[in-house]
Ligand binder design. Structure first.
Ligand SMILES: *Cc1c(COP(=O)(O)O)cnc(C)c1O
Length: 383
């Protein structure tokens, strides 16, 4: 291994997670697999074929440039949906290739009309509605205008979806806001239904809402984090476990990120370790240097907080996480040698490190750390 670290993608975990999700949601609901941000750091190239083998045939990304990557690795039978950024210049390409995309401005529909007429193919659109998140999405007035444009150009559009995004279904603290959004969503859908515009899909839920608001599943859910084996929040997992009256997390982490011990050193009591005065050795210490730092995606917020696995033991990261290195406290494992495996995420022996288990950080860190894993780290698929 000349790379400083390697990411393993477990086929068994992908298959198991997707099977669980499909059973949980039922076959009437289409599961759109969200693979934005390089499949949450797992690598689109590695992840997408595994998801397809497990039965996924609809994928979502954020931008047209992510779609250009996805189109090279998905099977032609799989649908693709762009949920966010597209240039006007991307529209022709998207329409030609039969990609679905969100529309959140009436002006975009007018552009689409001229392009769709030119290439003689309808655009597959999802109308995004503003229901209270206050991000992208059209208000009532814009939706009426949009419905008008669609009705007067029936050959230019296929209304694939009416959708919105919920603002924080992973916490019960947002319950009132979510309920309001759902009510507003239903009301706004009527603008289209009233004009005879019936979408193929209605979708509002990402992982958290799909678990905790069954009524919000409609006939499509957009699932990101769950398929990679993580819960959007501890609350969502607790909700699932208590509803189902089960004890065990049904998901398996797909990623295993590993490196090696690069050097070992003894440090005397009373010395500071690494930059500055962040960590003071209060006893004689043995430390292991690991060639992974924040430039490799190991967040600096894990300074003095993170945990890694060495020789089947949970080991503290001490001092600042550096650009290319971190330091682990191996005082309690005298047998450790240079070259020994270091697990940054995933399991070793009987224990595992999830990103969130680093500390009492919010699970938000799962999303952030995973999606920041650099493309340069090699991904390999393992059973
Ligand atoms: C990222 C994203 C999702 C998936 O979110 P998870 O919490 O990872 O399931 C769904 N919908 C939209 C619009 C998104 O941007």
């Amino acid at each position: 291994m000349s790379d400083t670290s390697v990411i393993e993608i477990s086929e068994e975990a992908v298959t198991g997670n997707i099977e669980f999700l499909r059973n949980h949601f039922g076959s009437a609901i289409v599961l759109s697999s969200v693979v934005k941000a390089n499949a949450y750091g797992h690598g689109v190239k590695s992840f997408v074929p595994l998801a397809e083998k497990a039965g996924i045939s609809h994928f979502s990304v954020f931008s047209a440039c992510e779609a250009r990557e996805l189109i090279k690795v998905r099977s032609p039978e799989s649908s693709m949906m762009i949920m966010g950024w597209m240039n006007d210049d991307d529209l022709g390409w998207a329409i030609e290739n039969g990609l679905e995309f969100f529309v959140f401005e009436p002006a975009r529909l007018k552009k689409v009309v001229s392009i769709a007429e030119k290439c003689g193919k309808p655009a597959l659109i999802h109308i995004e509605m503003e229901t209270g998140m206050n991000r992208t999405g059209m208000h009532m007035k814009e939706l009426k205008e949009a419905a008008g444009i669609i009705t007067s150009h029936p050959d230019c559009f296929v209304l694939k979806g009416l959708c919105t995004h919920l603002a924080g279904a992973e916490s019960v603290a947002n319950h009132v806001r979510i309920q309001k959004q759902l009510t507003r969503y239903t009301r706004l859908c009527k603008i289209f239904n009233g004009r005879g515009l019936v979408p193929e899909y209605r979708h509002v839920s990402s992982s958290a809402a799909a678990i905790t608001y069954p009524a919000a599943r409609f006939n499509m859910v957009r699932i990101g984090i769950l398929q990679y084996g993580y819960w959007p929040s501890a609350e969502t997992l607790m909700y699932y476990l208590s509803k189902k009256k089960v004890m065990d997390d049904p998901l398996k982490r797909v990623i295993r990120w590993k490196s090696r011990v690069m050097a070992l050193k003894n440090v005397k009591r009373g010395e500071f370790i690494s930059y500055g005065t962040v960590y003071l050795a209060q006893e004689d210490k043995k430390i292991a240097i690991v060639p992974v730092g924040y430039s490799h995606g190991y967040s600096r917020s894990l300074s003095n907080q993170g945990r890694v696995l060495i020789k089947g033991e949970r080991i503290a990261v001490i001092g600042m996480v550096n650009m290319n290195m971190l330091i682990a406290d191996v005082t309690k494992i005298p047998s450790v040698k240079t070259g020994d495996e270091v697990v940054l995420i995933g399991d070793q022996g009987n224990i595992a490190i999830s990103v969130a288990s680093f500390s009492e950080f919010s699970n938000q860190l799962n999303y952030e750390l995973l999606t920041r894993l650099p493309r340069g780290i090699p991904r390999t698929v393992v059973n």
